[in-house]
Design a protein around this ligand. Structure first.
Ligand code: CTP
Length: 400
């Protein structure tokens, strides 16, 4: 899977830097082209000569080469790479990445990279456990960086705990797995709904809900990263999608969303219905702004909105249909009822009783249930990781 792939290997200044030589060797042996970028302090731990000999490429550290005045373009490097892996990633570099402190070639290239980025942290156990590091890791996960968790064991400080960089073999296997997954959904068209719907009362007011769209956008990014062609039908949200495999269709109301979905569903292989669709809309939308004068009370008559999931479920044929259920009580019972009523294959259940789940959060905690009786509960994770769990559940972890 790594043959011919362009990989930037970022090395930062920690004792685990010596393991980067092994990682470089493994990647090169698997057929990848590896470009090492070292931070200045990484060069204190391992010589650039080792890395350049193993990879056959000059190691880059500075923006300019002294004497020749040659400029290393972080933008070109970012475009060249199919993947970037930072191993070891120190607490300092992780913090710089999380905040965009582009004061060296490595972080600048990270900010320019359009490819997926992996980071294998390595540090002492207290640094790993520090709330600052936890915050930076959460921010990076939210930005789509895949964190290859450190292992537990004896550390360079002779303390024992979590913080040891994962073994080079496992890091190389994670990269190979990523490239394998990159083709898992190729040739498939996936329809995803996201965000809230706004049901207009008059030209300036609406009935809506707190959905941010983050879960649906994370699902769209994940499906696109696995090679799918994605149509993202989204209600009003303040989010952007990055992949050119995602075609975005903006809608406002539930009726607009249904119309867009029915059109796109025809040639889809799968639909994931993540939107928080308003169940009711005002029967009449006033043409002009409703005035307060002369009105002590205002009655709004609401009528039922169409159920998009059920409408698609009724004509799904052999397409896969995945729904969501955000519940406050009787969670399982409600989720199973929704599978049946809407003719879903899978449902992703989250409960508002879990503090890590719910609208606007960067994390989610879900249980995934299938119509055939499968069930798996996951711990709280970033929404991108939850998206990966959902796709793994539906398509199986054995890729291709
Ligand atoms: N859904 C939909 N169209 C609607 C309402 C819901 O497509 N009008 C979809 C949601 O996107 C989600 C699933 O159906 O995938 C369940 O949504 P939810 O709001 O939890 O269920 P409802 O059927 O509206 O039931 P209730 O609000 O009574 O819990």
């Amino acid at each position: 899977m790594l043959k011919g792939k362009h990989i930037i290997l970022g090395i930062t200044g920690g004792i685990a830097a010596y393991k980067a030589a092994m990682l470089a060797r493994l990647l090169v042996k698997a057929g990848a082209e590896v470009q090492p970028i070292m931070t200045p302090s990484a060069r204190e731990f391992i010589t650039p000569l080792t890395l350049s000999t193993l990879t056959g490429k000059p190691v880059i550290t500075e923006f300019f080469t002294a004497n020749t005045g040659e400029w290393h373009s972080h933008v070109d490097l970012g475009l060249w790479a199919d993947a970037m892996v930072i191993a070891p990633a120190t607490a300092c570099t992780l913090a710089k990445m999380a905040c965009g402190v582009a004061d060296n070639m490595l972080v600048t290239t990270y900010l320019s990279a359009r490819c997926p980025v992996f980071a294998a942290p390595a540090m002492d156990l207290d640094m790993w456990a520090h709330p600052t590091t936890a915050r930076n890791i959460a921010a990076l996960k939210g930005d789509g960086v895949a964190i290859i968790e450190p292992a537990a064991g004896e550390l360079a400080s002779h303390l024992t705990g979590k913080g040891r960089m994962e073994e080079p073999e496992k890091i190389a296997a994670t990269l190979a797995d990523y490239f394998r997954k990159g083709t898992q959904l190729s040739g498939k068209k996936v329809l995803i709904t996201a965000g809230p719907t706004h049901e207009m009362i008059d030209p300036v007011r609406f009935i809506g809900n707190y959905s941010s769209g983050k879960m649906g956008f994370a699902l769209a990014e994940e499906c696109a990263a696995r090679g799918a062609e994605v149509v993202l039908v989204t209600g009003p949200v303040a989010l952007k999608s990055n992949s050119d495999r995602i075609r975005r269709v903006d809608v406002v109301s539930a009726c607009d969303m249904l119309a867009a979905c029915e059109k796109e569903f025809e040639d889809c292989d799968m639909a994931i219905l993540c939107a928080a669709v308003a169940d009711y809309r005002p029967e009449v939308k006033a043409d002009k702004k409703l005035k307060r004068e002369g009105r002590e009370e205002l009655d709004l008559r609401l009528v039922r909105n169409p159920d998009i999931a059920a409408t698609l479920g009724a004509k799904k044929g052999d397409r896969l249909l995945v729904g969501f259920a955000l519940e406050t009580d009787s969670e399982h019972e409600n989720a199973l009822r929704k599978i049946k009523n809407k003719n879903l294959d899978w449902i992703v259940l989250n409960s508002l009783r879990d503090p890590e789940a719910g609208f606007g959060k960067d994390t989610n905690k879900v249980t995934i249930l299938s119509a055939s009786g499968k069930e798996e509960a996951f711990p709280a994770k970033s929404k991108r990781e939850v998206a990966a769990d959902i796709i793994d559940s539906v398509f199986g972890k054995g890729i291709n």
